[in-house]
Design a protein around this ligand. Sequence first.
Ligand code: AMP
Ligand code: MG
Length: 359
Amino acid sequence: MNQRRLAAGLAALAVAASAAGCGTIDPDEAMESIQVFAMDTVIICSIYGENSVSAAFDIEEEVYRLEDLFTRTREDSALSAVNASAGAPVEVGAELWTLLQDARTYSDLTGGAFDITLAPVSSAWGFTEESYRVPSQQELEELLSGTGMEHLHLTANTSGEGGTVTLDPGTQIDLGGIAKGYVSDAAAAIFRDMDVPRGTVSLGGNVYVRGTRPDGEPWMVGIQDPAQPETSNACIGVLSLSDAFAVTSGSYQRYFEQDGKIYHHILDPQTGMPAQSGLVSVTVVTQEGEGTGTMCDALSTALFVMGEEQALDFWRQQGESLHFELVLVTEDDRVLVTDGLESAFTPQEGSGYTFETVS
Ligand code: AMP
Ligand code: MG
């Protein structure tokens, strides 16, 4: 069996001081660059300005703190306490509470395409433990009887902080489709609190960019070419963004091959199988202050499951109120860019894709 694990699908291209830039660059502006391995991902940040060192320190600490809360594979995480409860109510703090409620919101909005209760199904495929296998139809059917958000019960505390979580026996939670988005929101909050004028945060397909590049131009966020997942600078196009979140979900980000078939990690809640939706990647973009990294993360996973037609219908219905735009890459090499991103998106010439703007 060919087992593969691939890194991020989206990279903030920290193209500094290029000749094309028109602003004035301050040669004395401090810059701190950090790489942290947490949440199964290489997290890369570039942080500018006079508080860059302390902001970098805070972000590193925050990433580890949140990893301790949300990681299913850590026995001592707050989430693991919920998963180990075997049907008993568990008191959780404000952050896990908020993330569970957000997960419920995005599940409701997407008609169940986003589903954090798929944990046992993900484990059956070996995606959680990295021991890949193809479960039988019968095994999947049995597991699916315990999935669905109706098996997760949330009761708010009267204090307004946190609440009680009860899982039906057998039900387990996996926050892998949303937690990195929450971490990117936390990093953005540190940037704001510490007056970081510019910088980038990249967590395995989840990117946050603040301000502009040092030369005054927007940051360039490359969207990975799904056909070349191992070539980190192979892009289908580049987004010019500032003060924004961009999150990509792609079938190329984690998969294994068995008997000539590829099985990837984004599961269809209806079947328990890797979603066969005709899409190979979905990028969700929002401006900071209008939408959140958490939203982009949940939606990118859900819209991947929904497929081109349903995802675009969802954008037409909710894009304006939720403030998000999309770049979809299809199995048949089309790139669909929603019209709010038209001016921000530069297609990669010679990439072999055809590009369409969708309205
Ligand atoms: P992402 O990379 O954000 O698209 O998240 C993919 C991860 O989310 C997987 O590795 C699983 O841990 C989890 N997951 C898989 N399918 C779903 C789904 N339909 N809804 C929510 N989470 C999912
Ligand atoms: Mg996601």
